[in-house]
Design a binder for this molecule. Structure first.
Ligand SMILES: Nc1ncnc2c1ncn2[C@@H]1O[C@H](COP(=O)(O)OP(=O)(O)OP(=O)(O)O)[C@@H](O)[C@H]1O
Ligand SMILES: O=C(CO)[C@H](O)[C@H](O)COP(=O)(O)O
Length: 404
């Protein structure tokens, strides 16, 4: 019996159009996705639908981190910078990991797991192990999206642990690939216009896992400890080394303001920014290239114990020259953040106070009172700026002036 595959096509964005096939679609065309009618045994050569997108304008961003390290929170801050809410594909698989907004499409690289939960168990490998992931497909599909071609991406279903039928992904303006391995495969790495690594220290990761998995998911302390321990060797071998390739790293460590702190509530956060990256000018405090230590608490910034300390200066990170902006401590009043913002330069904001405005808008997100939320917001603005510069370089259009 002949059956047709049914594809749910989401609302078309400005770069894509759908059409009926013509005779030319009997051949292979690299700029178009051609759906063929399937039978149970064979695929006929008669195409049913053609989707064409204007090629090659997609900017690709990689975001790497271990599970539970704040990728989703970061993505919410990033998509908010571009305006509009990011939502799962309408009418698609309810367990899709994809988030789409007007400008951005964020996919989760868990969708390239080649082994499902049972398969990994049988083979005795974790999801962090490259053998449990299909890097050839990841490369082919990211390359296709970057050059304007829609793809049928698999879905890893975190509810069932199975690999579900694929979903259609069309090239957006900004394509974010987030997950465990965006910078692991050199071919995929080469496709990235900008890359970020969220480097959460073991102590902090443990505190966050306990907070989420114990409080919200009912896991026991022992099972959380066991899961972190079981993942650690593969994390060290395959995930952590990717930070050497990142253009920006947000490092999250326990505070140094409280001697022997083991609560993990007050954080020391470092924004490590690579020098010499095209379209990316690191943010600086007071004076570019100098080494600075600043305690802003006093008349203009309310600080309760243990206070707030900023540092800034040049460093070397995996042999690369970097600028590092550090914040240790937490804000008492978010509206006063404007005082700190006004002392930072190269923020790529569109108007005075935009960072503070974004932070106030998402005051309920985790990390809004410390350097994690502050630096994620700043990186979001830098990505918007990078995107606008890339677009301007392609169209030859002059860039709208940005402030600070
Ligand atoms: N900046 C932060 N400050 C405090 N806690 C945080 C922060 N970011 C994340 N968390 C904690 O970590 C949990 C996971 O965050 P999030 O869902 O953003 O991570 P994730 O990397 O997307 O996780 P997963 O890959 O498991 O879906 C949050 O529920 C929160 O408890
Ligand atoms: O490291 C992970 C990335 O999110 C997950 O553990 C991995 O994707 C496997 O997922 P699950 O535990 O749902 O089978």
């Amino acid at each position: 019996m002949a059956v047709s595959t049914v594809y749910t096509v989401q609302s078309l964005n400005s770069t894509c159009s759908i059409s009926k096939p013509t005779k030319t679609h009997l051949g292979f065309n690299q700029k178009q996705l051609v759906f063929f009618k399937k039978t149970t045994t064979t695929t006929t050569r008669r195409p049913t639908t053609v989707i064409t997108c204007s090629a090659g304008d997609t900017v690709v961003i990689g975001l790497a981190a271990d599970s539970g390290c704040g990728k989703s929170t970061f993505m919410r801050r990033l998509t908010s910078v571009f305006g509009g809410a990011a939502e799962p594909p309408k009418g698609g698989n309810p367990d899709s990991n994809t988030l789409i907004s007007d400008t951005t499409t964020v996919i989760c690289l868990d969708d390239y797991h080649s082994l499902d939960r049972t398969g990994r168990k049988e083979k005795g490998v974790t999801a962090l192990d490259p053998r449990a992931n299909n890097f050839d497909l990841m490369y082919e599909q990211v390359k296709a999206i970057k050059s304007g071609v829609p793809v049928e991406k698999p879905i890893y279903n975190h509810v069932t642990g199975l690999i579900d039928p694929p979903e259609l992904i069309k090239p957006p303006k900004i394509f974010v690939i987030e997950g465990l391995h965006p910078m692991y495969d050199a071919r995929v790495r080469e496709l990235l216009d900008f890359s970020i690594y969220l480097d959460i220290s073991n102590e902090v990761k443990f505190a966050w896992k306990i907070q989420r998995d114990m409080a919200e998911r009912g896991h026991s302390l022992e099972s959380i400890k066991a899961s972190i321990e079981a993942r650690k060797p593969d994390f060290d071998a395959y995930i952590d080394p990717q930070k050497q390739y990142a253009d920006a790293v947000i490092e999250v460590l326990p505070t140094q303001l409280i001697p022997d702190d083991n609560e993990g509530k007050v954080l020391r956060v470092r924004l490590i920014m690579k020098e010499g990256v095209k379209y990316f000018n690191p943010v600086y405090l007071f004076d570019e290239g100098s080494t600075i230590s600043w305690i802003p608490c006093g008349r203009k910034l309310t600080c309760s114990y243990p206070g707030i300390k900023f540092s800034y200066g040049p460093e070397t990170y995996f042999g690369h020259e970097v600028s590092v902006l550090e914040m240790d401590g937490q804000f008492d009043r978010l509206d006063e953040l404007i005082y700190v913002e006004s002392h930072l330069s190269n923020l790529s904001s569109k108007f005075y106070g935009e960072v503070t405005q974004q932070m106030l808008k998402h005051a309920d997100f985790p990390g809004s009172n410390n350097g994690t939320g502050f630096f994620q917001t700043i990186v979001g603005l830098k990505i918007r700026d990078l995107f606008e510069q890339i677009v301007a370089s392609k169209t030859g259009a002059p860039l709208e002036a940005t402030k600070a």
